[in-house]
Design a protein around this ligand. Structure first.
Ligand code: HEM
Ligand SMILES: *[C@@H]1O[C@H](CO)[C@@H](O)[C@H](O)[C@H]1NC(C)=O
Ligand SMILES: *[C@@H]1O[C@H](CO)[C@@H](O)[C@H](O)[C@H]1NC(C)=O
Length: 314
């Protein structure tokens, strides 16, 4: 009975998030040119489409937050029940860049480099191409076999308050320092109106507009979102320099001009507020913290195999 109980506990621990040993020289012997090949593909794709870096960075985040960084976000299902079909898939794109990278890597060294590692490399390259910091990506992730649309509800929501954000990150072994640094990814990209709609109309029974949103910025958002020509595609750049990885995001929070409640919530706790101030005034401090936290987030592992095709389990 005791043996059974301890086996059960061991199995349980195995099935929850774990950080297994990744290493920086993992492919030195088996696929030494993989990393550079991916960098080149990300650079070329960005030249053609400046929205690629934001998309790649977000793909890696979604991947790591559901079942660990196991490329579950890339799996397709015939019945459209995979993560990429879930409600939070809005604006996930640039899957073609990962497909292109996988194709080149499979020609170089078949069956060696996981799709999860390709996502991690591509996210780092995306940040570098956009002018942000470089970091050495730990390697050796394995790909998972399961992807469920229903599990996208485990992602943090843009309406989350500080406690909810803290909880979501803590569940994955990430601290409030990681939360502040990683949220800085919102210096890149675009958001649809649906992600901040609740802040600009009928906010709650006492406020029509979220009082933590600058009133004139709320007016700008309203006019953007009321544009009937744009319909469902209406939305706003994360920041005015949305293809450049800089620290503008933190300045916007201080000016009550960030898009999400989850961004603005970083001011509601003394510790995270002081980090927002710090990163708003020092790009160097932000870069250092961001690189560190990305390494932590991207070390949440979960898979078992090296997929041959990133869209289907072996
Ligand atoms: C802290 C909790 C977070 C929440 C609640 C959140 C929520 C969102 C939402 C709602 C969007 C806009 C989706 C749309 O309307 O199209 C978005 C976009 C984005 N997020 Fe986050 N996010 C969070 C953390 C992160 C992290 C940790 C990263 C990466 C390290 C990240 C990277 C991005 C990027 C790059 C975009 C722009 C995507 C594009 O333009 O294609 N986010 N996020
Ligand atoms: C996102 O999900 C919707 C259904 O909820 C689906 O129609 C759409 O194709 C999905 N987008 C991607 C990029 O898979
Ligand atoms: C509406 O939101 C504001 C700001 O978050 C808050 O101070 C106020 O108490 C809320 N009102 C209600 C009725 O929840």
């Amino acid at each position: 009975m005791a043996l059974f109980a301890s086996l059960f506990i061991a199995l349980f621990m195995f099935s929850t998030y774990q950080t297994s040993a990744l290493s920086s020289n993992y492919y030195d012997k088996t696929c030494p040119n993989a990393e550079y090949a991916i960098t080149k593909i990300v650079r070329d794709a960005t030249k053609k489409d400046s929205t690629v870096p934001a998309a790649l960075l977000r793909l890696h985040f979604h991947d790591c937050f559901i079942r660990g960084c196991d490329a579950s976000v890339l799996l397709s299902s015939k019945k459209n029940t995979a993560e990429k079909d879930g409600p939070a898939n809005l604006s996930l794109h640039a899957f073609f860049v990962i497909d292109a990278a996988k194709k080149v890597i499979e020609d170089l060294c078949p069956g060696v480099v996981s799709c999860a590692d390709i996502l991690a490399f591509a996210a780092r390259d995306a940040v570098v191409v956009a002018g942000g910091p470089y970091w050495d990506v730990p390697k050796g992730r394995k790909d998972g076999r399961v992807s469920k649309a229903s599990e996208t509800s485990e992602l943090p929501s843009p309406t989350f308050n500080f406690d909810q954000l803290q909880h979501s990150f803590a569940q994955r072994g990430l601290s409030t320092d990681d939360l502040v640094a990683l949220s800085g990814a919102h210096t890149l990209g675009f958001s649809h109106c649906s992600s901040f709609q609740n802040r600009i109309r009928n906010f709650n029974s006492t406020h029509d507009i979220d009082p933590t949103l600058h009133p004139s910025f709320a007016g700008v958002l309203r006019s953007v979102c009321d544009d009937k020509n744009k319909g469902k595609n209406a939305g706003m750049s994360m920041d005015p320099s949305s293809t450049v990885f800089d620290n503008t995001y933190y300045r916007l929070i201080l000016q009550k001009q960030s898009l999400f409640q989850s961004d603005q919530a970083l001011l509601t706790h003394p510790k995270t507020k002081s980090l927002v101030n710090k990163y708003a005034s020092s790009k160097e401090a932000f870069y250092k913290a961001f690189a560190n936290s990305m390494i932590k987030m991207s070390s949440i592992t979960g898979g078992q195999e090296v997929r041959r095709d990133c869209r289907v389990a072996n």
